[in-house]
Design a protein around this ligand. Structure first.
Ligand SMILES: [Cu+2]
Length: 130
């Protein structure tokens, strides 16, 4: 009986140590670099720091994104045609984005910025900076 409890004690201690070390390792190695990949949550409540927009089939996807002030937006062009993301009011312009290339801009001003592609003005998008 005593041996059983001793074994149980060792198992408990070992288990606790593993939990502690796992907890430390987990919080210490968390990286923010993978966050932008989850851009599908852009329409939910809290604005994310940064967002990604895919340009494909002559459209910005998603057409409207919301980010926090000081955050970035990355546009990636999946079309063979060259596109731009150019603000209507001249607040920003990515310049030409060729196929499989991307451009990232930082937004330091709050507001709602609608933009188009200068080559295809029917392509419309909006960046909301909160
Ligand atoms: Cu275009």
């Amino acid at each position: 009986m005593k041996r059983y409890f001793l074994l149980l004690g060792i198992v408990l201690v070992t288990g606790t140590l593993m939990v502690i070390s796992a907890g430390c390792g987990g919080s210490g190695t968390t990286t923010d670099t993978t966050a932008p990949a989850g851009n599908t949550t852009g329409t939910q409540g809290g604005a994310q720091k940064s967002a990604s927009v895919t340009i494909e089939n002559f459209a910005f996807v998603p057409p409207t994104i919301t980010i926090k002030k000081g955050g970035t937006v990355t546009w990636t062009n999946k079309d063979s045609a060259v596109h731009t993301a150019t603000a209507d009011g001249g607040d920003f312009d990515t310049g030409d984005i060729k196929q499989d290339q991307s451009a990232t801009l930082t937004f330091d001003k709050t507001g709602t910025f609608s933009y188009i592609c200068t080559y295809h003005p029917n392509m419309k998008g909006t960046v909301i900076v909160e």
